[in-house]
Ligand binder design. Structure first.
Ligand code: ATP
Ligand code: LTN
Length: 334
């Protein structure tokens, strides 16, 4: 097992779907938090590419997004010494464990998953994988006996399902899995779309102008910020309800610089929106350029493959042992 700092005892695991290039919202709301957590927990992070294929994907784009996502996470400060980062489909035991768990999951429980109800209602031609998605997620989690699963509130039900599957399995076949707990990442700073600041900035958004992606060229990032929707007033003041556009830019600015919203308001007292936007554009471009510089170094070096090759050996061995234990307990031939 990879050596973690011995003072760190609790473990976390999280998966990220490679459904597009990550946004400034993902960076501020999720990755920056994970960078903080890497000092407190043994941390396992993986690219959930097998979950991504539960809906249609363009194969060459998907392939590109997977590798690029690993490189971006590292470029954003995820330290390969402190985390095990790997690609889900490279560890075939996730699918193997998932099948054994599927055969221990009541059909009715899966029909109650709100994400499934939501996604299947939007597209009548959904695949069976969309339905069994939460069991694969349970396999991801239970394979490693982790303590916590940091997820957004939308995924809490899936972690609870994993916990219930584990409780049932332990009761039926004897102690096999540690019971995981969802670690709901506190409602971190929510970044809104630059064109429609009442809606969340989202990777899958259709309108590119409202979304900053970490691999956008810096000229277009600047243009998007300078063109961000603002209200008709002229004061740089935080008021999420009446001034959603300026408030969004203030939140972006505060998260990146570490300054308080109040001190930013004071700094821009008497200055106009244009001056403020220019400042926001400068700090976002500086931050993103530094990430892009590291990204270029990582994606073009063999460091990435070395990290992935080394980590996959570690996680395959852990998951293989869990699979063999399950197989034996369930009476399968081994
Ligand atoms: P999609 O468009 O595919 O739904 P998304 O960009 O909305 O993707 P998710 O993949 O659902 O993002 O979420 C990944 C992580 O990023 C989650 O922890 C989520 O809370 C966080 N996150 C996503 N968008 C934002 C945002 N605009 N502001 C803050 N955090 C965000
Ligand atoms: N379903 C999650 C991604 C995911 C995950 C996991 C998260 C797949 N497997 C295991 C935590 C633990 C999502 O869409 N965000």
């Amino acid at each position: 097992m990879k050596e973690f700092d011995s003072k760190v005892t609790k473990s976390i695991l999280t998966g990220i779907q490679p459904s597009g290039v990550i946004t400034l919202g993902n960076y501020i709301g999720a990755i920056k938090q994970m960078v903080k957590m890497q000092d407190e927990f043994k941390s396992i992070i993986f690219i959930a590419d097998m979950h991504a294929i539960t809906v249609n994907q363009d194969p060459s784009l998907l392939h590109q997004n997977i590798r690029s996502l690993v490189a971006l996470y590292l470029a954003c400060g995820i330290d390969p010494e402190k985390n095990i980062i790997f690609i889900q489909s490279e560890n075939e035991y996730h699918a193997n464990i998932s099948w054994l768990l599927e055969c221990n999951t009541p059909f009715g429980e899966l029909t109650r998953m709100t994400q499934f109800k939501d996604k299947s209602s939007k597209n009548a031609n959904f695949y069976a994988g969309l339905f069994t998605y939460p069991v694969l997620m349970a396999a991801d989690i239970l394979a490693y006996d982790v303590d916590y699963v940091p997820v957004g509130i939308d995924q809490k039900q899936h972690v609870e399902l994993a916990r219930n599957i584990a409780i049932r399995f332990n009761k039926k076949y004897g102690d096999t899995f540690k019971l995981p707990e969802a670690y709901i990442t506190k409602e971190g700073t929510k970044i809104m779309d630059l064109v429609t600041p009442t809606k969340k900035m989202s990777k899958s958004s259709e309108n590119q102008k409202g979304v900053i992606r970490l691999l956008d060229d810096t000229a277009s990032i600047r243009k998007k910020i300078m063109g961000a929707t603002t209200d008709s007033g002229c004061e740089v003041k935080y008021d999420a309800e009446n001034k959603p556009g300026i408030s969004n830019l203030l939140r972006i600015c505060a998260s990146i610089t570490g300054k308080s919203i109040l001190s930013l308001e004071e700094e821009f007292d008497g200055k106009n929106y244009g001056e403020f936007k220019k400042y926001v554009a400068d700090i976002v471009v500086d931050e993103v350029s530094a990430i892009q510089k590291k990204y270029e170094e990582i994606i073009n070096s063999d460091q990435l493959d070395k990290i992935l090759d080394e980590n996959i050996k570690v996680v395959r061995e852990i998951a293989r042992k869990k699979f063999m234990d399950m197989k034996q307990k369930m009476g399968l031939y081994k």
